[in-house]
Design a protein around this ligand. Structure first.
Ligand SMILES: [Zn+2]
Length: 480
């Protein structure tokens, strides 16, 4: 063997994959050996080649987290603007009237992506699916980061337009949408051909309500002919839900079922407002079964929506119905572990029970659930033969002490603070809490000016002509 082998020697705790039981299990005092080729061994007393040894006392080795829904394009500079606003007539959602006004310019795209990738890695993520408009450095930055990347260039035929502060309208331009679709197809082929072998493309009609049925069917057909995943935002807001009802009388899963596009290669972003959700007018419960029986996956991103007072009802209920659910961060803070904590809490609040979901099931969703959504049996698990995508957790961090159950401490208390090292394909992408391959600090320094420029454009583009002080009033008055 010519590969350099790293061994975590006698890790205090290891989250290992039990192939027979098809579940994660805890091991104590196990060795974890890996190289660029993958995980070589997980178990007691490894005897083989060892070029680098890491002392495992005070360490938990766990599989890297799989984030199946995030946006690098503009979200890092949307921070701090619209957390306290929403459109009352659109169920309090801030997406159409506010968030859609913030776009990073070409100069800010690389900084936004760098910050997102860095924050994800620092919270234990080793695989991510990024839905964005292709910027010139999108592919090269993803490759340089060392992360396993699924790049999904979004395209759509309709733009959202707000009429006053109460009505969402759609401005259709099919020709332009088809042009973007063509560009997306070219981009995903370029991504898939990248020599790193860590990058794949995903076909992404942006939103179910901004693409024609024909475009969705064409895109899904193309993805299937090329063996690619498909992701679409669906059932993400009540405004979308009501628009689909107005157009077809269907919920998002019902419409996608009629179009013949549900399936194990389809990942639906958010999937909150299904027929059983208490905010909808439906009095049926068919949608979860539609998703479960077709094998369609849901990308659950609780934080962005919980900030606006919304959540799916409930994550536990989706899992009990047999729906495959993975976790995504969607927007900032791009902290996968905090996202997982909020997923667990939202599930118990909306399910009105501590028994709605347990920590182990949530951890499985964030690893195995995401891996299944991406069609991968070789990530999200620590087992011989899997990719060497893993995170080392510092059990000596104050927020991890005392240790009875390290995953509970990590998810309920410590989050990213306890993530020490992160490896993808056996190579460190985070070492001693520092991002290895990207200039995180430099990118963070660019955010302030990038946000100022974006805010000036938002003031210019706001259909109601509001100044920033009215669009995004500060949370406290400024003392004069
Ligand atoms: Zn999204």
């Amino acid at each position: 063997m010519t590969d350099r082998v790293t061994v975590v020697r006698r890790a205090a705790w290891t989250v290992a994959w039990d192939e027979g039981a098809s579940q994660h299990v805890y091991m104590q005092d196990a060795d974890v050996a890996f190289s660029e080729a993958g995980i070589l061994y997980v178990g007691p007393a490894y005897q083989g080649q060892a070029d680098e040894e890491i002392a495992g006392a005070g360490i938990m080795a766990m599989p890297g987290l799989v984030n199946i829904h995030c946006h690098s394009g503009d979200e890092p500079i949307a921070k701090g603007l619209f957390e306290d606003v929403g459109t009352a007539a659109l169920w309090g959602n801030a997406l159409y009237e506010y968030s859609a006004l913030i776009d990073a310019d070409a100069d800010a795209k690389a900084a936004c992506q760098t910050v997102m990738l860095s924050d994800l890695m620092r919270s234990g993520v080793t695989t991510h699916l990024d839905i964005a408009s292709p910027a010139p450095t999108w592919l090269s930055l993803a490759a340089r980061s060392g992360l396993r990347s699924y790049l999904a260039p979004g395209f759509r035929e309709a733009q959202w337009r707000m009429a006053g502060s109460h009505r969402l309208e759609f401005e259709w331009n099919e020709a332009q949408g088809r042009e973007r679709y063509g560009e997306a197809l070219a981009f995903v082929e370029e991504a898939r051909a990248h020599p790193s072998g860590r990058i794949d493309g995903v076909i992404a009609p942006s939103q179910i309500e901004t693409c024609s049925e024909e475009l969705i069917q064409d895109a899904v057909g193309h993805a299937r002919s090329r063996g690619m995943r498909i992701t679409i935002h669906a059932a993400q807001t009540m405004a979308e839900h009501e628009e689909l009802l107005r157009r077809t009388g269907e919920t998002a899963p019902a419409m996608l079922e009629r179009l013949g596009v549900l399936g194990p290669d389809l990942i639906l972003g958010h999937c909150i407002f299904l027929d059983h959700h208490s905010w909808t007018r439906q009095r049926s419960r068919y949608d979860l079964e539609r998703l479960a029986s077709s094998g369609t996956s849901v990308a659950h991103c609780p934080v962005t929506f919980a900030r606006s007072g919304m959540t799916l009802e409930s994550l536990g209920a989706y899992l009990r119905a047999g729906v495959n659910v993975g976790i995504g961060t969607d927007s900032y803070p791009f902290n996968m572990l905090e996202e997982m904590r909020e997923a667990l809490i939202c599930s118990r609040v909306s399910g009105r029970s501590v028994f709605d979901i347990d920590t182990g099931s949530l951890f499985s969703a964030a690893t195995i659930g995401g891996a299944k959504a991406l069609g991968r049996g070789d990530i999200g698990r620590l087992v011989s033969g899997a990719k060497a995508d893993l995170a080392l957790v510092d059990l000596s961090h104050p927020s991890m002490q005392p240790v009875h159950d390290p995953l509970r401490n990590l998810i309920h208390c410590a989050a990213d603070r306890a993530i020490r090292d992160v490896y993808v394909d056996g190579k460190a992408v985070v070492k001693d809490r520092r991002v290895v391959n990207l200039d995180y600090d430099g990118a963070v320094r660019e955010l302030q000016d990038a946000q100022r420029r974006a805010c000036r454009r938002a003031e210019r583009d706001d259909p109601q002509g509001r100044p920033l002080s009215a669009l995004a009033p500060c949370s406290l008055p400024l003392h004069r």
